[in-house]
Design a protein around this ligand. Structure first.
Ligand SMILES: Nc1ncnc2c1ncn2[C@@H]1O[C@H](COP(=O)(O)OP(=O)(O)OP(=O)(O)O)[C@@H](O)[C@H]1O
Ligand SMILES: [Mg+2]
Length: 354
């Protein structure tokens, strides 16, 4: 029997639930000539929701994850490689001849996959400009291309000033809708909300929340009923209470609960056993992480883990606030309607250690 839950990668089809409004919004948005910026805390489902929406538009689209890009030239090569999946490069030969540096394009005769490479040593920005110009020229205003750049915050690490250069190329394009996504704890906020950043006010900002409880509960119920029968509702509720409807952690816990129920049906409290198992598996990482935090951070994390008030007078409000902001930037703390620990399993580990 295959585990009916999935976590860690982009989820599609049967593993994807809800987000109807978000998918409809993205589909409708790219009908306009504007660009979209999507942010959320880590692992809330950005990549999945965008993948679903762009597929649903039925339009030409390509995706490049900037986390896998090693240099500006590699960025150009990856864009072209994806693009030649949509449009056979032979048909674009007339446009490639406009390149200032002609890339080597080869087709793998077995897989049919296209590979693109450039001679080493030439300015990467020129190649990127040429590649982006090709994408724009091969499309029209009536059939714009959708370009998804995932983990966009990495732009600042690929090369200095690349954000500025990219922005000036994008500004002149007419036949592309960009969807830029990244986690809000990272540099994303600074890139799009800082007046000095070249991407300030580049596109419409969209933030993704957690999954609605009713829908997620139904999703869990359908998949748990085979093993828990009439107890499925109670099990689903306990999972969602524990994870606070976080998309990734809920799927992770549900997958473990399901597996425990199938492999060790004699277990008395399956949900607790699954939680304990996950916490134990990560114990070493948690310990290592804990050692890295300073005393104020530890105090804050412990308070958040046990739900105690941060304004106890033990630390100055300004000290707490700046430490919270730092923990948030680093992804350990998220803010939805209140500050909370991002990882419910780490929360338990911390609370147990007090
Ligand atoms: N709509 C959904 N329905 C069910 N599960 C989901 C949904 N969206 C996300 N998840 C769960 O969350 C996990 C992470 O999703 P995804 O990779 O799309 O998030 P992300 O925000 O892009 O993450 P990252 O910050 O790591 O890039 C998925 O593997 C899945 O377990
Ligand atoms: Mg992602």
């Amino acid at each position: 029997m295959e585990n009916p839950f999935k976590f860690g990668t982009i989820v599609e089809e049967d593993f994807f639930t809800d987000r109807h409004e978000e998918v409809a919004y993205i589909c409708q948005f790219v009908e306009s000539a504007n660009h979209l910026v999507l942010m959320s805390p880590r692992r809330f489902g950005k990549s999945s929701v965008v993948a679903k929406a762009v597929k649903q538009t039925g339009r030409s689209h390509i995706t490049v994850n900037l986390q896998n890009v090693t240099s500006v030239a590699d960025f150009a090569a990856k864009l072209l490689r994806e693009f030649f999946r949509l449009h056979p490069w032979e048909r674009l030969r007339h446009l490639i001849t406009h390149f200032r540096i002609i890339p080597t394009v080869s087709t793998n005769p077995v897989t049919g996959a296209v590979d693109v490479s450039f001679q080493p040593g030439v300015d990467g920005v020129v190649r990127l400009e040429d590649a982006l110009a090709l994408l724009d020229k091969a499309h029209t205003e009536e059939s714009r291309l959708i370009v998804v750049l995932d983990e966009f915050q990495e732009i600042r690490d690929i090369a200095p000033r690349l954000d500025r250069q990219l922005r000036s190329v994008m500004q002149a394009q007419r036949h592309i809708n960009y969807i830029l996504l990244g986690s809000q704890e990272s540099m994303m906020t600074d890139i799009f909300e800082n007046k000095k950043s070249p991407f300030y006010h580049f596109g419409e900002l969209m933030r993704l929340g957690k999954l609605p409880r009713d829908d997620f509960r139904r999703y869990l119920l359908e998949r748990l009923s085979g093993v828990f029968a009439e107890r499925s509702g109670e099990v689903a509720d306990r999972i969602l209470d524990y994870t606070g409807c976080h998309p990734y952690y809920s799927q992770q816990l549900a997958a473990n609960v399901w597996q425990t129920a199938v492999l060790q049906p004699e277990t008395a409290d399956v949900v607790q056993a699954a939680i304990d198992h996950i916490v134990k598996t990560h114990g070493l990482d948690y310990e290592r992480l804990w050692m890295k935090f300073n005393r104020t951070d530890r105090w804050i994390l412990q308070r958040l883990a046990t739900g105690e008030n941060l304004r106890s007078g033990e630390h100055r409000t300004s000290t707490i606030y700046s430490a919270l902001k730092k923990l948030q930037r680093e992804g350990y703390v998220i803010y939805t309607d209140r500050y909370e620990l991002e990882d419910p399993f780490y929360r338990q580990w911390i609370a147990a250690g007090r």
